[in-house]
Structures are given as C-alpha cells and as structure tokens.
Design a protein around this ligand. Structure first.
Ligand code: C5P
Length: 302
C-alpha cells in the first residue's frame, strides 16, 4: 500500500496569542504544492513497527520511535484496539524538505495513517484519522485534504477555501533546518502578536478570482521576521527572487524554504534557472499549487 502526500506553502500565516498549552493561535491559508513524499506500508511481525527513509535528506529523518510515521501507526493501532495484532514495515520516499517549513513530517504522518488504515482494513473516517493526526502535528489535518484551505486553532482546524486556477511557484531550499519551536520562541521575543489572528480578506478575494498578481501582493507570514533573525541570509534569497521577476516572495511556514509566486509557467522557469545559478540556496524546484490533492492512495499491492 503506497500513499502519496504533498507538501504545502502558507499563503498567509497570522500568529495570535500563545495559549497556556504553549501553542499559538493561528489563522493561516495553506496551499498544497506538487512536491510529494511517498509512504509505503507492508505487513510485519505482530506488535512491531519499523521505518526506513530514502531520498536526498534521508539522513536527517529519525528512524526510531520519534519518527512521526511510526507514532502515527502506533496511535492508529492503539485507537483501533489492535496494537498486539498489527505489525507494519514503513518505507518513506522523501522529497519534501526536512524541517523546511513545508510540513514534511505532517505529510508522512498523514500518509502512514491512511496507508495503515487500508492495510489493516479499518473503516476509519477522514475525521477520525485527522483527529489522531492533529495530536501528532498541527499540519496533519491539512495534509489529508490538500488544495487550498484556511487553518485556525493551532492550524489544525481546516476548511477548504475557494481557489480558481493554477499557481506557479518556485521553491528555494536552504541548507540546514530551522526548528519550528525555536522560530515560534523567537517570534515571541520579537513581535507583538494580535490576540485574534485574521487572514487579510484580499487574499481570499485574490484566490477566488484566480488573480495571481493580487495574490502576490497579499502573501504574508508573521513568522518571517523570526526566521530572518535566525537566518539573515534568507533576506538575500527573498530579494533575489523579486529581482528575478517573482510577483510575491515569502518564507514558507517557519522556514527556511522560501516560496516565490510567478506570473506564469515561463516566468517560473526563468526565476528557477536564475535562482539556481546564484548559488544562494541548496536547491530550487518549480511546483504548482491550486488543485493538488491531499493524501492519496497511489498503489495497492495484493
Ligand atoms: O504541531 P507541530 O508539531 O507542528 O508544532 C511544533 C512546535 O511549533 C510546537 O511544539 C510549538 O512549539 C510550535 N507551534 C506553536 N503554535 C502552533 C503550532 C506550532 O507554537 N499553532
């Protein structure tokens, strides 16, 4: 059983007050983009759960019990009351950057939940899988639905948002990771959060109209100053994207991946080529957003 799950960029990320549980209240708009992890599961000795990871950054992903896909499989088996009978071998093919602000860990978590539910013949609903997933990562519920969605609460309460057309993005990957908790702590030090975070209404209008130019002007990320304080060289990356013709530039989530919105496919190619040649980042990728689905079953082995 193989499940494919997309990464995301945040078109808006407005951060509100820090709650007593340590999490910040968010209002965010996620967009799934065409970069995917694949999570493959196969039966194993009852009561066992193991994971292997492949891909260019595989060495950065833990393969012990702290792996989010392992936690997901165990949590699902427990919720279904089959922990002693269920066994699984998980293989993750990783393409979404690790700790890159694109919800790669949450993608693997959602992928493992969907794949294991199928493998074990559970008739879990989407809501039940999302409920287990949100305890493991705030972005997991979105990874199930994909497309474009508003996230509230911790970012884990998701509602699809009307979005027309296809958006062309260029992603610039950075060397090294940025820890999400550290970025949020830096945000607390640097910024005054608004009590009730609100996504600018113009962003919804731009999405509904499929107006790329208007969307470019509305991109906003309250965590960006914190990410830039921790990684000042990202300023040069963002500026370079704009110089190369991007109509919007934003740090994705807690970073360090930077996302550039291009007016069309041709512009995306020239931004990607220009960015690659500048040597400011580890890698560059052209992706699309707008109608990229969430976790999907790719292959079923009989
Ligand atoms: O839920 P997730 O594992 O993605 O969160 C990682 C960390 O990011 C949390 O432990 C917390 O420090 C921070 N966070 C936050 N407010 C949110 C989401 C995440 O402070 N809404």
């Amino acid at each position: 059983m193989t499940v494919r799950v997309p990464g995301k960029v945040n078109l808006a990320l407005k951060v509100g007050a820090r709650e007593p549980d340590g999490y910040h209240r968010l209002a965010t708009v996620f967009q799934a983009v065409s970069i995917f992890d694949e999570v493959d599961v196969s039966p194993a000795e009852p009561g066992t759960c193991s994971v292997t990871v492949s891909g260019p950054q595989a060495h950065l992903v833990p393969t012990d019990d702290s792996n989010l896909a392992v936690k997901a499989a165990r949590a699902l088996a427990q919720a279904a009351g089959i922990s002693d009978r269920a066994g699984v071998r998980i293989a993750i093919k990783k393409d979404i950057p690790v700790t890159g602000g694109m919800a790669g860990g949450s993608a693997d978590c959602a992928g493992a939940l969907l794949a294991c539910a199928q493998l074990w013949d559970l008739d879990s609903s989407l809501e039940e899988l999302q409920e287990i997933g949100r305890t493991l990562g705030s972005d997991v519920p979105f990874a199930f639905i994909g497309g474009t969605a508003l996230g509230t609460g911790r970012g884990d309460r998701v509602t699809p948002v009307l979005s027309r057309g296809k958006f062309h993005w260029v992603l610039a990957f950075s060397d090294g990771e940025l820890s999400t908790p550290v970025v949020f702590r830096t945000f607390d030090r640097l910024s005054r959060s608004s009590d009730v975070p609100v996504v600018p209404p113009g962003l919804f209008r731009a999405l509904a109209a499929g107006d790329t130019a208007a969307l470019g002007a509305e991109l906003i990320n309250d965590l960006e100053p914190a990410a830039l304080a921790l990684r000042p060289q990202l300023r040069d990356v963002l500026a370079a994207g704009i110089d190369l013709g991007a109509i919007g530039a934003v740090v994705s989530g807690s970073g360090p991946t930077c996302a550039f919105l291009a007016a069309n496919e041709l512009d995306a190619t020239s931004i990607a080529v220009g960015m690659s040649s500048m040597g400011l980042c580890r890698g560059v990728r052209r992706v699309c957003g707008g109608s990229v689905p969430g976790a999907q079953i790719l292959r079923r082995r009989d």
